[in-house]
Design a protein around this ligand. Sequence first.
Ligand code: NAP
Ligand code: SF4
Length: 675
Amino acid sequence: MTDYPHLLAPLDLGFTTLKNRVLMGSMHTNLEETGDWNRVAEFYAARARGGVALMVTGGIAPNREGGVFPGAAGLFADKDVANHQIVTQRVHDAGGKIAMQILHAGRYAYGPECVAPSPVKSPISPFPPRELDEEGIEKQINDIVTAAVRAREAGYDGVEIMGSEGYFINQFLVTHTNKRTDRWGGSYENRMRLPIEIVRRTRAAVGADFILIYRLSMIDLIPNGSTFDEVVQLARAIEAAGATILNTGIGWHEARVPTIATSVPRRAFAWVTKKLMGQVGIPVITSNRINMPDVAEDVLAEGCADMVSMARPFLADPDFVNKAAAGRADRIAPCIACNQACLDHTFGGKLTSCLVNPRACHETELVLTPAKTPKTLAVVGAGPAGLSAAITAAERGHAVTLFDRADQVGGQLNMAKKVPGKEEFWGLVDWFATMASDAGVTLRLGTEVTADDLTGFDDVILATGVTPRDPQIPGQDGENVLGYIDVLRHEARVGDSVAVIGAGGIGFDVSEYLVHAGESPTENLPEWMREWGVTDPGETRGGLAPEGPRPEAPARAVTLLQRKAEKPGKRLGKTTGWIHRAALQMKNVKMKAGVNYERIDAQGLHISYGEARERPEVIACDTIVLCAGQVSDRTLADALQERGVSCHVIGGADVAAELDAKRAIDQGTRLAATL
Ligand code: NAP
Ligand code: SF4
């Protein structure tokens, strides 16, 4: 008997059967753009072997004007078909099914050729779109239908037509972006003509035995978005036009509500999909922040949907479904929804990967094989770098001893998990502990090692991490000054008014920690919805509360400072920085940039501005928290060097600047792959 009877139940689509209720949602990886189709194929084949029922590719453009950026992968020409055949063949050989997503970006296309129903520029692109005429609209429909026909020729089991997230089709549906007065605009019947025509003509062109998923925006999260009555009306029309499955889209890309970040509660939008259940006869998929089998099982058991879509969890662990089916869910590498190696890379023009799984999209290049000569290895430091190195090395057959002076594994992750909105880090630390135990790593916790303890090993890896940088501010040894470790690890008492010195990742985290009291909104969906102004789209267009965001009052008055004269938080994650800034602004955190720290005394923090040290000011506060960055802890490395013992130095002990768990895990895994 499985713990996941709903999740693992097959789904009969009439002409074909899906082996379980798990869809790997579309993710743009930038792999196709490498031109290495073997690499693309291996990425999908690994997930097919891992047991997922159906996968959707990253968005494939139907024509040049519809590409998300110039040069985006497309299926414009018959010659592209052969490349895609490499992928579909490999997936089918692995026992999987795969649908190709057809993505027309409309005014979100990052290029001067972009087109849209009306010339309304998007707030997230500098390019004003060209308004399409009747002929232009017909061309777009034909190109989408042609792409679907080519997808079938290429061996795909189906297509997903991207109708949500504010892309081209979505832009026709709402008056926010559709100002037309012809048969494609005006009434809702006219505005939904485009998706219906696309689905109707696609079905006619591809035949009856081809999966046609339509991704429908069920809550737009923008002003003047769709009402839920319109969503239902569209869903029924799309069903009648020939769709096989409806998938859920949540929020336009320009929405100012986070929809997939780690601070969004798990399964935060399953209730929206549930509203559509029973309104249509075809299966409905739900999505967003479903990252573990128990969450997915609950969503299905509660009747929120017929299937679940998970995307990033398949970057973190390609074997997600097989592990769930085998009763080994605690071995699933958890997606912590950080976006650091996936979306931040994708939007930065880099190859997608995964913070917890550096092999994601690097399957053909980062290959882990059994060690030719098993060795004895000492790894010092059980943070993410040391853990990754130790586990990977042990899995390859080395005898690994992992030391840490702390009495638990996880290093700095144990501070991150205390921050409201970062609860997913608990699961990551637990997973590391489970995997270390599985791999047979010998743990020596609560052990302060010296160079002498490390002499008997074949190889030594130092992952001793970082220590806080000393900002050398006069008066910083006063009783009103704390370090971030005092606050996050030791939960030291902090006063009601606080100045936070340093607006890097940790300064933002500490501020977030200090302005919250009680339960984190990430653990309390109604409160999170109130905080971000989300409501039922059945009550208000687009699901935006008329009264706007209503956050709880801040627990403390916080001022966050930095010396650089740039916008605080500018260097945080590309896709999540705005969320951190908005979250703190909602809690009235004052942000000050371009400051000099003059001194600290009983009054608080004395600052001035600019090179001329002008405009002296006192930040009157009870507590000052130092978050001034970090320096490498190389004490042990230096001691070993003196004894002539060679060692590998990784993670923060190697380079402290811009250290994050992504770099630490990647470096640890890659080193261990070579030993
Ligand atoms: P950081 O991001 O390098 O920020 C250090 C902060 O300290 C900066 O604001 C810097 O700004 C300030 N600073 C540097 N030298 C200083 C000095 N001598 N005196 C006073 N202020 C000084 O480091 P962090 O905040 O410790 O974070 C460490 C790493 O953890 C980051 O690289 C980050 O990637 C990772 N992290 C990431 C997240 C995330 O959300 N993705 C969250 C937490 C941590 P000024 O020089 O302008 O004053
Ligand atoms: Fe999930 Fe972060 Fe990995 Fe992206 S990088 S898949 S969000 S864990």
